[in-house]
Every structure is written in structure tokens, then in C-alpha cells.
Design a protein around this ligand. Structure first.
Ligand SMILES: [Zn+2]
Ligand SMILES: [Zn+2]
Length: 346
């Protein structure tokens, strides 16, 4: 079968690999779609000596069950399913507490990230993937191509939003920065599940037009004037919650500049920006602000995402690429030419 492989620094190739054998608790999924994420670009930039070299990429995976292991119950050949982002153990303290995105078995201290398809385990940018049945959720009538990005591009915003849901009241203002793969779904989730006023920012006028048509109450160009405008819009107080789906220096600066005292920031984008934090007064952060380095999401978050998609309250803007054109898709994402989410279709 074909498999999009991290072959060396900043290089992927579509290679031939054997169709995986399945264990008794696994299914063979014929991949319907596999999303291409900015974190895939981050992974292949890890150098020429990385242990992930040689691995098949793809952590947003959905498809159709082609074969069942001998002990698998509750699934049939032909069912549509989505693969969990995090291949959690289901048994450790964190999993049992509902924090399976922090599973201590598949995310030991010091690890780069929790074990995921395409991040330490063979990914879904391939014709087939073998996956334990307990790491699947049913997709019902949803199309696996447009549903695949739900596994991360919708799950991760849903999780970040759920960590601050009590703050997103009808009189709250939320600022969401970046309307790419994750951000365009964050906006839809905020609009569908909260009463907060949503201010959406991006540098791309087309993405701002999308946001205006999909639930943003105010769209703003993400530039040097954005902070003052947001402060004016909130009577000088600032935003209750800021989501940064970019994480470059200007967006981190903006998040810190517009969060209100006692508010919250969730940094999700991996752009490498930073701000000075001091255990004292030498920090631009107002008192009382909650910050979390949000990662992925839980199985409970995933069920909420699927329910919203089934109810047509959220939808992925899919840009389809044939699996054979994976190198082009990576290049287009790298150069900011993807409006929505690139999905590789075998
Ligand atoms: Zn991702
Ligand atoms: Zn666990």
C-alpha cells in the first residue's frame, strides 16, 4: 500500500509499505481521509536523527472497516469510524479520571507528545491503518473524508473551549486568533455551544469573510491596531477568554495585551512565541489570569465533536488532495495556501 512517510528533515515521500497485519483486538481500516496538520510540518522539521523518521504520518484519520480481529465485538465490516487522536491506555489514573489526553502510559514524563497515529505509531496517510477497536468512535452517516479532521482540528479546540466553558457566559467576550484548520472549527464550536460574543482575528481577508459568515460577531484584521480595538470593544476591560491558534510572537503579544484581569488564555498554536512571566510584578499579565498549555482532547470531547458534526452545527472546510499528491499538500500548507483543512484521500 502507499504510505506518506517522514523520510528525513522537512521531506516526506509516498512509499510502498505492506498492508498491516491486525491483532485479535484490532481492525483494519480502509482510510477514507487523513487530514494534514501544522503539527505534521513541525514533526518533519525535527531533523535527520529523529526516531519518528521512517514512520507513516497522519493523526486525523477516518475510514471504513475492512477487516475485524477475532475478538472485536460491536463493529461490522463497512462501518465508518474515526481513529482517536491519542492512543490512551484506558486504565491508568489519568484515563480513569477522564483526562485520557494526559494518559500516563502513552505520555510518560519527558515524551515529545502522547502516542498518536502518525506520532510514534503508524499513521493514517496511507491506504490502510491497523487500529485497536477501542480507539475508534462510530461516524454513523458522516463522510469519512470530511470527518477525518474532526480527530484533531475540531477535537483540540473543543477541549480548549471545555477548559474555560464556565467563563463563556452570555455577557462574556471571547477572542479567537487564527482561522486556519483548528481556528475555523473553534469559531464554529464557540458559536454553536456558547452565548459569548465572539471576536475573530486573522491576517487573511478571505478567512475573516468566512468567520463573519460562520458566527463571529466581529472580525478584525490581526495587526498592530487589534489590541486597542478589542480594549475599546470591551469598555477597556479586555476579553474574558483568548484562544491563540497561531502562537507566533505577534499573536502571543496580542493575547497577553487583551486578556482581562481574572480572564483566561489558551495557547494552542505551536508558533514558538513567548512572553515574560515572573513570580512578581515584572510581567505584562494581569492578576488572576489562567493559562493552560492545552493539548489534544479527551474521548468525551470527541463524542461532543461528532455530535455537533452530525447535527450540522460544525463542518470542516475540506480541501481534497489525492494521497499521491501528499507532497504538494504539505507544500501548500507550509506556504499558507490551504483555506480550511487539507485532507489526503487514498
Ligand atoms: Zn494536529
Ligand atoms: Zn492511560
Amino acid at each position: 500500500m502507499r504510505a506518506v512517510t517522514y523520510v528525513n528533515h522537512n521531506t516526506v515521500e509516498v512509499l510502498e509499505k505492506p498492508v498491516p497485519e491486525i491483532g485479535s483486538d484490532e481492525v483494519l481500516l480502509r482510510v477514507g481521509g487523513a487530514g494534514v496538520c501544522h503539527s505534521d510540518l513541525a514533526i518533519i522539521a525535527l531533523g535527520d536523527e529523529n526516531p519518528l523518521i521512517g514512520g507513516t504520518l497522519g493523526h486525523e484519520v477516518a475510514g471504513t472497516i475492512a477487516e475485524l480481529g477475532s475478538e472485536v465485538a460491536g463493529w461490522s465490516v463497512g462501518d465508518h469510524a474515526i481513529v482517536s487522536l491519542i492512543l490512551s491506555c484506558g486504565q491508568c489514573r489519568e484515563c480513569l479520571a477522564g483526562r485520557d489526553n494526559q494518559c500516563e502510559v502513552v505520555y510518560p514524563r519527558g515524551a515529545l507528545a502522547p502516542l498518536s497515529p502518525g506520532i510514534g505509531s503508524p499513521g493514517g496517510m496511507a491506504d490502510y491503518i491497523a487500529v485497536k477497536a477501542r480507539h475508534l468512535d462510530p461516524l454513523g452517516e458522516l463522510d469519512p473524508v470530511s470527518a477525518a479532521p474532526l480527530a484533531d482540528a475540531a477535537l483540540t479546540p473543543m477541549h480548549a473551549i471545555n477548559t474555560v466553558r464556565d467563563r463563556l457566559t452570555g455577557d462574556a467576550t471571547v477572542v479567537t486568533i487564527g482561522l486556519g484548520g483548528l481556528g475555523h472549527l473553534a469559531l464554529q464550536i464557540l458559536a454553536a455551544t456558547t452565548g459569548a460574543r465572539v471576536i475573530a482575528l486573522d491576517t487573511d481577508p478571505e478567512k475573516l469573510a468566512f468567520a463573519a459568515a460562520h458566527g463571529a460577531d466581529l472580525v478584525l484584521q490581526s495587526d498592530g491596531g487589534a489590541a486597542d480595538r478589542i480594549l475599546r470593544e470591551t469598555g477597556g476591560k479586555g476579553a474574558d477568554v483568548v484562544f491563540d491558534f497561531v502562537g507566533v510572537q505577534p499573536t502571543v503579544d496580542l493575547a497577553v495585551a487583551v486578556v482581562r484581569g481574572g480572564g483566561a488564555i489558551r495557547f494552542v498554536g505551536l508558533g514558538g512565541g513567548s512572553f515574560p512571566y515572573a513570580a512578581g510584578t515584572a510581567t505584562p499579565l494581569p492578576w488572576g489570569v489562567s493559562i493552560e498549555r492545552a493539548y489534544g482532547g479527551t474521548r468525551a470531547d470527541m463524542r461532543q465533536v461528532i455530535a455537533l458534526a452530525e447535527a450540522e452545527k460544525i463542518a470542516v472546510e475540506v480541501v481534497r488532495y489525492d494521497l499521491a499528491d501528499a507532497v504538494q499538500a504539505f507544500d501548500d500548507l507550509h506556504h499558507g495556501r490551504v483555506a480550511g483543512r487539507a485532507v489526503l484521500v487514498p
